[in-house]
Design a protein around this ligand. Structure first.
Ligand SMILES: NC(=O)c1ccc[n+]([C@@H]2O[C@H](COP(=O)([O-])OP(=O)(O)OC[C@H]3O[C@@H](n4cnc5c(N)ncnc54)[C@H](O)[C@@H]3O)[C@@H](O)[C@H]2O)c1
Length: 248
């Protein structure tokens, strides 16, 4: 197992799904965790208790990552509580799917604001800490739909493609300071986000996947732990697909 001993990780969208799995797996690997949640304090506290019971430090913070000033204040508080940040995982994301002709301006902008601006905000407020340390790991959660596009989800695909462009740019800018920035592009993963799909849709999608099933949040968490570890120090600007072979 990769070690994250003595590291501090910030994970957004950490109260459930992929974010929760990443937070818990990073804690299992020895990291202390700043858990960022949008609304569900009860669920976030449950994740916090799980991590504290493992012997790691964990603190929850409520924050809308799409708000530039709120996320600035968030990073300030985390730095006060943990003194440093070693790993930043931008996982928070939303979907508001619709075909183009019925997609509103508001729905387009909101998805971009949370998924893309939220990722930018968190990186913007954290990168100086990484630069000063001459070390750091930034891991951004995109989607294979950001690579191949999405019929009925132009806003989501655009936001996730934007995350890839943003990440490669950050990787280039921060490489000189020993900071890596990578992307994980999940395929279909069993979480609340995909729970809304009908059983028949799930069956149709699964048939298209070479490994013939949806992935688990833990599959994404395992990739995140690798990208956060010392062993990935020569990997940057990469888009790691974790999709059962769907997009080859
Ligand atoms: N589940 C999948 O199949 C799949 C596939 C590809 C990519 N992803 C991506 O993985 C990430 C996690 O998704 P998930 O499947 O766990 O879904 P999820 O809906 O369970 O989790 C999303 C999390 O983001 C948080 N969030 C939303 N808006 C926020 C905001 N403004 N500020 C702070 N937090 C906010 C939510 O509260 C939630 O905890 C998302 O970025 C999603 O786009 C998921």
């Amino acid at each position: 197992m990769f070690s994250l001993k003595n590291k501090v990780a910030v994970v957004t969208g950490a109260s459930r799904g992929i974010g929760q799995a990443i937070a818990i797996k990073m804690a299992e690997s020895g990291a202390d965790i700043a858990l960022i949640y949008a609304k569900n304090e009860k669920k976030a506290n449950k994740v916090k208790s799980t991590i504290i019971n493992m012997g790691q430090k964990a603190i929850t913070y409520q924050c809308d990552v799409s708000d530039f000033d709120e996320s600035k204040m968030l990073i300030y508080k985390i730095m006060q509580d943990f003194q440093t940040i070693d790993i930043l995982v931008n996982n928070a994301g939303i979907v508001k799917d619709n075909l183009l002709f019925s997609m509103t301006n508001e729905d387009f902008n909101e998805v971009i604001k949370v998924n893309l601006n939220g990722t930018f905000n968190m990186i913007h407020h954290t990168y100086l800490n990484f630069v000063k340390k001459k070390n750091g790991r930034i891991i951004n959660i995109s989607s294979i739909l950001g690579v191949c596009g999405s019929k009925g989800g132009a806003n989501y695909a655009a936001s996730k493609a934007g995350i890839i462009g943003l990440s490669k740019s950050v990787a280039k800018e921060l490489a000189a300071f020993g900071v890596t920035c990578n992307v994980i592009a999940p395929g279909y993963i069993r979480t609340d986000m995909t729970n809304g799909l009908s059983d028949s849709s799930k069956e149709i999608f699964a048939k298209e996947i070479p490994l013939k099933k949806f992935g688990d949040a833990d599959d994404i968490a395992a990739a995140a732990v690798f990208l956060a570890s010392e062993e990935s120090k020569y990997v940057t600007g990469e888009v790691l697909k974790v999709d059962g072979g769907l997009l080859m």
